[in-house]
Design a protein around this ligand. Structure first.
Ligand SMILES: Cc1cc2nc3c(=O)[nH]c(=O)nc-3n(C[C@H](O)[C@H](O)[C@H](O)COP(=O)(O)O)c2cc1C
Length: 220
């Protein structure tokens, strides 16, 4: 299995989302020794914000693009290739102002590409090309937005991730949300990390048990 692991927190060692994504990868690697990982750190390598040239280039048919347009799409072409080359996707990020952090939004704007991560059909539909990939969104939140809490209606992160990635074919993602973190008592924070670790271990077990059967069916 090839996993594309993307971290998006601007924080380094003290990042809760990075701590949990590392935990998940360790759990998965313990079950899949042949796991190969393509790692992208958006704090170190955020794609540039969308420029006018990019906006024109992306909607210009490939065979009509100028050299300048092709150059403007290079980072996007490379990131789309990394997504398409992966069997499984892990996106870890903090909630920032109720939605995704800016670096991850720039990533999304860069990887939703006609002809690459989605295609338009002759009968006017749009079909995502990332179907069939196991996908985990791991998010950390300062407050508690679980059902029944006062902040539940403020979650603009989960629906925006579902919409953007659903459009490019990620139809059944798993969400593990650690909350409340920063704006909670230390005891509640520790409990949130524990709950997230339990969910991540269960998921690693599920993902880790799929591959041997898939390999067997290929052999047979
Ligand atoms: C700029 C900024 C905006 C934030 N906005 C929110 C928010 O809207 N809602 C929330 O619950 N937490 C918010 N937080 C808190 C983070 O989501 C929380 O601390 C999270 O655990 C950070 O994860 P990290 O350590 O991986 O960066 C914000 C933090 C920062 C730095």
């Amino acid at each position: 299995m090839k996993l594309l692991h993307v971290d998006a927190s601007p924080k380094s060692e003290n990042s809760s989302s990075r701590t949990l994504s590392r935990y998940f990868v360790d759990q998965l690697r313990a079950r899949l020794p042949l796991l190969s990982i393509d790692y992208l750190d958006l704090a170190a390598e955020a794609p540039p914000a969308i420029t006018e040239l990019f906006a024109r280039a992306t909607y210009t048919p490939a065979d009509e693009r100028t050299a300048e347009m092709r150059e403007a799409l290079k980072v996007s072409d490379a990131l789309c290739a990394r997504l398409l080359g992966a069997d499984a996707l892990l996106f870890a990020m903090p909630m920032h102002n109720w939605t995704m952090p800016a670096a991850f939004k720039a990533f999304v704007d860069t990887i939703v590409r006609g002809g690459l991560t989605y295609v338009a059909t002759d009968d006017g539909r749009y079909v995502g090309t990332l179907g069939g990939r196991k996908t985990l969104f791991l998010t950390t939140r300062g407050v508690d937005l679980r059902p029944g809490t006062p902040f539940v209606a403020m979650d603009a992160l989960t629906p925006s991730l579902r919409a953007a990635f659903g459009f490019i074919g990620v139809s059944d993602p798993v969400f593990v949300d650690a909350q409340p973190m920063q704006f909670a008592h230390e005891v509640e924070r520790a409990a949130a990390m524990r709950r997230a670790r339990v969910e991540l271990s269960t998921l690693a077990e599920a993902w880790g048990s799929i591959e041997p059967r898939a390999a067997l069916s290929k052999v047979g």
